[in-house]
Design a protein around this ligand. Structure first.
Ligand code: PLP
Length: 394
């Protein structure tokens, strides 16, 4: 229950997770009491299978891929692990010279950590390519790294859009460079789907990660979209449910909810982006009016519509976060997955910030439930909060 005098929560952390949309809740709950494993041959099993296959078709239509290219997983982290390790193993098995993986220094940990693991446990050589001060990949560095020895590159993995500062990456250029040498490209599009146009076939990538809980669907379900021609070695062995690439009983209700959310997010992407970008621009302008030395990180135009990543010199991001939280305003100091760990962001360090600059930032991320009142509440709170955080450091 909410206490009568409690202020409503101002939720500005949609990049960490966004609330489910009603259509997704309805699609998911419609199947929670269904009996039937989609792999069973009887009528109940066939009914569940139909729900899963219709969901796969819905997602394929929304993302410009074939239904058979959608491999359901438990979310973005599993899909990224499957792509990075599975493609590496498969490509290296075809040709043992392929031991290099090219990526960027600003990937999410769902990509970075499997890369580090492959380097330590499997002898991979991982090259994290630099980004500029706006967090855009240096494509000349990518070209040079490939051309140094194309035959040794197992794969390239570059995120579609960065989860911390919101910068959208030049995926077209990445694909153009890699495809000259027949090198597969994986992209983590977890933050991009529903926020910016994402079309799998048109993009030319070979595999792409998305997840339910960032697009208005449930937690614990996602997908790796992967070209049928691309070899992917399984990580999880068992019943072989998803093309023998991913085993485990298929979660029919979650997949139905996931598909409903993806369909709506993609259908309304353009209006959503325009509305949310308007709120975000208002937020940035007004916060900087109140705190004149605050500054926006990331790319001014090639960025996710809901992302406002701001630096507040002289403050600890963690203190700002807790002071705002005490006023009912929820945001993040970086990616939710590393929040709580008091380390400077690897993304900001890669953009050339020093440790101090990398610690004084907050990410406000807006989404489908955000309103002008959320922005007003932040603008009202930010001045006193920054003053207190600065006083605490003196
Ligand atoms: C860019 C990016 N990749 C991967 C993930 C992990 O997705 P999931 O939470 O579904 O495992 C996240 C979640 O924060 C993300 O932002």
């Amino acid at each position: 229950m909410t206490a009568p005098d409690a202020r409503p929560t101002v939720y500005l952390d949609h990049a960490a997770t966004t609330p489910m949309v009603p259509a997704s809740v309805a699609a998911m709950t419609a199947h929670l009491l269904d009996v039937g494993n989609p792999s069973s041959l009887h009528a109940s099993g066939r009914h569940a299978r139909r729900v899963v296959e219709e969901s796969r078709e819905t997602i394929a239509q929304a993302l410009d891929c074939r239904p058979g290219e959608v491999v359901f997983t438990s979310g973005g982290t599993e899909a990224d692990n499957l792509a990075v390790k599975g493609v590496y193993w498969s490509r290296r098995a075809e040709d043992p010279r392929r031991t290099r993986i090219l990526s960027t220094a600003i990937e999410h940990h769902a990509v970075l950590d499997p890369l580090h693991w492959l380097a330590e446990a499997e002898g991979a050589t991982v090259e994290l390519l630099p980004v500029d001060e706006r967090a855009r990949l240096d494509v000349d560095a990518l070209r040079a790294a490939i051309e140094r020895d194309p035959a040794s590159v197992a794969l390239v993995t570059v995120m579609w859009a960065n989860n911390e500062v919101g910068t959208i990456q030049p995926i077209d250029e990445v694909v153009a460079i890699a495809s000259e040498h027949g090198i597969p490209v994986h992209t983590d599009a977890v933050q991009a789907v529903g926020a910016t146009p994402v079309a799998f076939a048109r993009s030319g990538v070979d595999s792409l990660t998305l997840t339910g809980h960032k697009v208005g669907g449930p937690f614990g379900v996602g997908a790796l979209v992967v070209r049928r021609e691309l070899g992917v070695t399984a990580l999880v062995h068992g019943g072989g449910q998803e093309r023998d690439i991913r085993s485990g009983t298929i979660d029919t209700p979650a997949i139905a909810g996931f598909a409903a959310a993806v369909e709506l997010a993609v259908k309304h992407q353009a209006e959503h982006a325009a509305r949310v970008a308007g709120l975000r621009d208002d937020l940035v302008r007004r916060v900087i009016e109140v705190v004149p030395d605050a500054h926006l990180h990331g790319h001014p135009t090639e960025r996710l519509p809901g992302n406002a990543h701001l630096g507040f010199p002289g403050c600890e991001g963690d203190s700002l976060l807790m002071l705002l939280d005490a006023r009912g305003i929820e945001c993040s100091t970086g990616s939710a997955c590393s929040a709580g760990v008091p380390q400077p962001s690897h993304v900001l360090l890669a953009m050339g910030c020093d440790e101090d600059q990398a610690r004084h930032s907050l990410r406000f991320s807006l989404g489908h439930t955000s309103t002008g009142a959320d922005v007003d509440a932040l603008v009202e709170a930010i001045g006193p909060v920054v003053e207190r955080a600065r006083a605490a450091r003196r």
